[in-house]
Design a protein around this ligand. Structure first.
Ligand code: HSE
Length: 335
């Protein structure tokens, strides 16, 4: 069994990592939770026993075999490499974007490129939107050869962590109770209740946001595609709680066959085909929330481009998009 450490276990992603470890069969020996001075000393009840949050230090984190970092990028940049250095260092799986674009650091969706972890101790966990979309894109890429991709997203408040979910809930309540006409906002750029916001993370020089460019950069790195491979995304925040939705147009090298595509998606690990329009069955946050599998549906031949498919994907941002991906990476590494 392995000693597992989590830094940031009380945040939205950290809590889900504990939950996924409890439900899956990763051989946890002891679970240690590290936090700041504010949370040190608090107690967390887990399937592995009651855990007292320890004040984080690099030396105590190094005593673990596997460490999950569910903290911000600045913390990861400062400590991640030191935690895994040398023979006695731990394997570190970092959920921030700090190392995702660095050469030599694998960015891993285990169903696609778990081999990239071989011989490595620091692994980057991908952006949630990218991880969710690639579950559907990868089996289709293997069949028809992806040539270009355009994605539009509908992202839940959970992407901004627990404070984002709280702001959505409290804001919605304040409007419905008549206390306010428009909800207050601190986390999102504008009030999210009864609104959609076409802006997630910082704007870049090319007019795209960082969230949109993450889909471009990370799709290329994870799928082993060239540095100029055409992927374009518009990322939009909507007032749902915790599953991200994506409308995807994928253009392929080869002619597409919808029946073959359906079969490949049915057989793909981590995918649940939900595509029965006669019975009004298609992917939705309502049904995908809390699930490990990404729902894929509304699959059809795109009528605007040759050799193109259009489909809708919904995945739980905190599970498949973060915690589950990280734990499955760890499982593959200790196999
Ligand atoms: N950046 C994502 C979002 C979450 O805001 O929805 C995690 O990658």
């Amino acid at each position: 069994s392995f000693n597992v450490g989590i830094v940031g276990a009380t945040g939205a992603v950290g809590k889900e990592i504990v939950g996924v470890l409890e439900k899956r069969s990763f051989p946890v020996g002891a679970l240690r939770i590290f936090g700041s001075e504010r949370s040190a000393g608090k107690e967390v009840d887990t399937k592995f026993g009651r855990v007292t949050v320890e004040l984080f230090s690099e030396s105590s984190a190094r005593e673990c075999d596997v460490v999950f970092l569910a903290v911000d990028g600045d913390f990861s940049l400062k400590h991640a490499e030191a935690i895994c250095e040398g023979n006695d260092g731990a394997v570190v799986i970092d959920n921030s974007s700090a190392f995702r674009y660095k050469e030599g650091i694998p960015l891993v969706v285990p169903e696609i490129n778990s081999d990239a972890t071989k011989g490595k101790k620091l692994i980057a966990n991908p952006n949630c939107t990218t991880a969710i979309g690639l579950m559907a894109i990868w089996p289709l890429h293997k069949l028809f050869g992806l040539k270009k991709m355009v994605m539009s997203t509908y992202q839940a408040a959970s992407g901004a962590g627990q404070p984002g979910m709280d702001e959505l809930m409290e804001g919605t309540r304040s409007v419905l109770s008549g206390e306010r006409e428009v909800a207050e906002n601190k986390i999102f750029a504008h009030p999210l209740p009864f609104n959609v916001i076409p802006h997630i993370d910082k704007f870049q020089e090319n007019g795209y946001t960082k969230e949109e460019m993450k889909v471009t950069w990370e799709t290329r790195k994870i799928c082993g595609l060239p540095d100029d491979f055409p992927v374009s995304c518009t990322a939009v925040r909507i007032p749902t709680s915790r599953a991200h939705s994506e409308s995807i147009v994928a253009i392929f090298d080869k002619p597409v066959d919808v029946a073959l595509a359906r079969k490949a998606l049915e057989e793909a690990p981590g995918v649940k085909l939900v595509d029965d329009i006669a019975n009004l069955k298609y992917p939705m946050p309502l049904t995908a929330t809390g699930q490990y599998d990404v729902e894929v549906g509304r699959l059809r031949k795109n009528i605007a481009f040759d050799n193109a498919l259009e489909f809708f994907v919904v995945g739980d941002q905190l599970l498949r998009g973060a915690a589950l991906n990280a734990v499955v990476v760890a499982e593959k590494m200790v196999e």
